[in-house]
Design a protein around this ligand. Structure first.
Ligand code: A2P
Length: 250
């Protein structure tokens, strides 16, 4: 039996020349925790070609959603960006990952820090009703280079707060903070600077943090948190004040 399941592309949205999202069918037996990733890709003549992709949809939704960069010469994304409706993609049958709220110590606020396509798991997590039960406030920071890279801004500003089931909780508890580092915008600082300046004043006694993004950003943001007394979850199933996605490639 193949390690991979085959799913069909049912929706595609190009945000700009560098970013796109797509949705696929979901097998009934495919179960995941919000925040998990899968190995996703294409079956080529030479064999399967996959990369780690966080699931952007929530585990109660019918389809699976993914948010991807387009790399001109990237072996996979140069092909994936030309996906068409009805095309097949392959994905691992067992989603995994360390970016789950189960591995966080009890806390009051949940702070989600994303750079670039590292936003993907937080699109899932901010649709999770359990998260709104567990925390009194949820703060989502998305750092990108250009304003046009702020994919899902409309979703966070308007769609999610209007959601039939979650809308009221979202309005009460979720704060969406976009920051654009290479163009003029309301906020221009990197996440590390926002923490250092206390724009987001973080307290290890009550704040719990999840980080997803490029390796460089993960390292620098982790160091900034460590300096403030936060302890990282050492691995899956082990509690910490913050978690990072160790396998995700932004
Ligand atoms: P900057 O524009 O100052 O490099 P990228 O597209 O390179 O992954 O970057 C996405 C966002 O993450 C950008 O806002 C970028 O800021 C920021 N970023 C990149 N590297 C780091 C880092 N080491 N620490 C904090 N933020 C970072």
């Amino acid at each position: 039996m193949s390690r991979f399941a085959e799913e069909t592309v049912v929706h595609i949205h190009h945000w700009n020349e560098k970013l796109f999202s797509f949705r696929t069918t979901r097998n009934d037996s495919f179960k995941f925790r919000n925040g998990h990733f899968v190995m996703l890709g294409l079956e080529l003549d030479s064999g399967p070609l996959t990369r780690a992709y966080s699931i952007a949809s929530a585990n109660h939704e019918e389809n699976l959603e993914f948010f991807s960069i387009k790399v001109e010469n990237g072996p996979l994304t140069s092909r994936l960006q030309n996906l068409e409706l009805g095309q097949k993609v392959i994905m691992s049958k067992k989603p995994v990952g360390t970016l789950v709220t189960d591995d966080l110590n009890p806390g009051k606020r949940l702070i989600l820090l994303a750079t670039g396509t590292g936003l993907a798991p937080f699109i899932s997590i901010t649709k999770d009703p359990e998260v709104y039960e567990k925390y009194s406030a949820i703060i989502l920071v998305h750092s990108v280079r250009r304003a046009s890279d702020l994919a899902y801004a409309e979703h966070f500003r308007n769609t999610l707060p209007q959601d039939e089931y979650l809308g009221e909780l979202v309005k009460e508890k979720l704060t969406y903070i976009p920051t654009v580092t290479r163009e003029s915008f309301a906020l221009n600082d990197r996440i590390t600077t926002l923490i250092e300046k206390k724009f987001i004043d973080m307290d290890p006694a009550s704040d719990r943090v999840m980080i997803c993004g490029s390796q460089a950003a993960l390292t620098d943001i982790s160091n900034t948190l460590n300096e403030r007394g936060f302890s990282i979850s050492p691995g899956q199933g082990q509690l910490g004040d913050y978690v990072i996605e160790r396998a995700f490639v932004a």
